[in-house]
Design a protein around this ligand. Structure first.
Ligand code: HEC
Length: 229
């Protein structure tokens, strides 16, 4: 205990001794006990920067990149819905819920018609294959590649428990938006419209799993193959 008090007194004396040096002016290199982030390479807004050949600190976006929430030139529209809308609303379209309950059906904001539904489904297929297939598998059966590397409990979306009767479209949308367990949220990566397109495509996968070959073929020919151009 004695040594503790001696050590304590020395440290306290050192600390108090160093305190008054804070803010003192000197030409010497400063001693920084806690350098924090005083010195760091960074761009200052509205200032030139010698790091770049043209000396400009303010940079243009990297070619081919897309600022979140802004529609790129030539962004594809389906049913008049902007491609890059990510949320913010409180209705069914943005939450999947109606007065506190998950509902079924595609939101009217999508303005789906017989003409554009094929392109919509095709978009869902693309988005599903980009974002979901790695875990849930391209057919939705939960046998994606990550399972082989140890991600446990990946849902088999072709089971009845995830069918429309037991698991409404709005709930599917909600899980894509907010994630669940080991599955991340997609509200920042996948636009509202594309999340609904994924919901529709998961329904198509479930239908394809159950339906007789002829029905699937007919639906495929009508819905995807001919209309998505
Ligand atoms: C990183 C792997 C991974 C990716 C990518 C992923 N999921 Fe999942 N998903 C999981 C796991 C793991 C579960 C089980 C979560 C749980 O029940 O805790 C799950 C569960 C689900 C469920 C069921 C949730 C419930 O209520 O039981 C749905 C529906 C689902 N995912 C859809 C999707 C869709 C659609 C996508 C693409 C937007 C996607 N997932 C992307 C791993 C993933």
């Amino acid at each position: 205990m004695k040594y503790f008090f001696i050590a304590y007194a020395i440290i306290a004396a050192l600390f108090i001794g160093l305190m008054p040096m804070r803010g003192a002016k000197s030409a010497d290199t400063p001693i920084r006990l806690l350098p924090d982030m005083d010195e760091q390479d960074k761009l200052k807004p509205q200032k030139p920067d010698p790091f770049f050949a043209d000396g400009q600190g303010a940079r243009l976006p990297v070619h081919g990149t897309q600022a979140l929430g802004f529609n790129a030139e030539g962004a594809s529209e389906i049913g008049g819905i902007p491609e890059y809308e990510f949320g913010g609303g409180t209705g069914y379209y943005a939450t999947g819920g109606v007065e506190g309950y998950f509902a079924n059906g595609m939101p009217e904001e999508l303005k789906l018609t017989a003409e554009n539904v094929g392109a919509f489904l095709k978009r869902g297929e693309e988005s599903f294959n980009v974002n979901c297939a790695i875990c849930h598998g391209t057919s939705g059966d939960g046998q994606g590649i990550t399972g082989q590397f140890g991600v446990p409990g990946i849902a088999n979306l072709t089971q009845d428990t995830y069918g429309q009767a037991a698991y409404p479209d709005g709930r599917l949308f909600y899980v894509i938006t907010n994630g669940k367990g080991n599955m991340g949220a997609y509200k920042h990566n996948v636009s509202l419209r594309d999340r609904w397109a994924i919901v529709a495509y998961v329904r198509a996968l479930q239908f394809a799993r159950k339906a007789p070959y002829d029905a699937v073929k007919e639906a495929y020919d009508k819905g995807i193959a001919t209309q998505a151009k």
